[in-house]
Design a protein around this ligand. Sequence first.
Ligand SMILES: [Zn+2]
Length: 376
Amino acid sequence: MLKAKKVRLYPNKEQQQIISSQIGGARYVYNRALALRKFAYSKFGLKIGKFALINHITKLKNREKTSWLKEIDSQAIQQSIANMDKAYQHFFKGGGYPKFKSRHHSRQSYQYPQRVKIEGNKVFLPKVGWVKCKGLRKEFVGKIKTVTVSYEAYQYHASILVDIEDEPLKPCNNPNKTIGLDVGVSLVVADSDGNKVEPLDLTRELKKLKTKAQQLSRKKKGSNNRAKAKAKLAKINLKIANKRKDFLHKLSLQYAENQGIVVIEDLKIKNMTKATKGTVEKPSKNASANRGLNRVITQQSWGLFFELLEYKLSQRGGQLIKVDPKFTSQTCNECGHISKENRKSQDKFVCTACGHSANADINASKNILARGITRQ
Ligand SMILES: [Zn+2]
């Protein structure tokens, strides 16, 4: 299934110039090809085909006067000729005669038939490079077909045509089953079936991130090297974000495919984080601030996890229930006794009233499940 998506582009000054010359080049090629075809037909009754036109334009690249065509993406040139050809086909089927494109009255655009890439909130356009954009969905799945770059009302846009393969939806195995999940400050999940999910290991990436951040801090402001170091840092950040997203996708899918109802704590109420300094792009030198930062990232991750989980559950007719997180970690799941003393350590839960002992997170997930069941 083909789907179109329009995103706003934010090219820098240099990229704006390149885009505008691509648009100009595509228009020139369109008009030149149209003129040649028209001339050949009216003078000699000759029909010049698409490939002959492409050859002709390619030759123009080697003429001094039109050597600037070398700067135009060659596939965009071919696409421009293909579009002119399409307009001609339309004419043969009874449509209007193809018009020449005007700098002022035609749509200012050009097209890539392939080679466009998307990563995070950036789009790679051949000849232009990576351009910042806005409007991409969280997940951009599918094969990119054509991309039309346009300029109108002082704004740049890319219309991306994607071929989305409809993935068959695997139904839920146990639609009547309910499970409770406890999520931790470090990316850990414990469930009321007694499973603990291995957290995502980002040690290597975070170490690299730290090194690159230090390297960046040593570069002189406004220097070329600083820009390079910044790009490297951004690349690692993107990699980490993608790895985390991938992890959360798989985890949420696993729960949505195996239980009909999932109970979680309402994160809006649960205060997992305290305000911290520093941002993801610019980690603070202060270790405790960085720990705080990790907590912020963790909370954001759980936010995404619950969103994905809710979506995947609802796709299968399931449901996500949010409950009050109050005392879930201090309540004994066996006798209901609530006490801080029940928590012997981060991991260990031993009830001071009945002696019940368990992994603290799994005990909490069972309390979460119980609250969800009473809510149903
Ligand atoms: Zn107890």
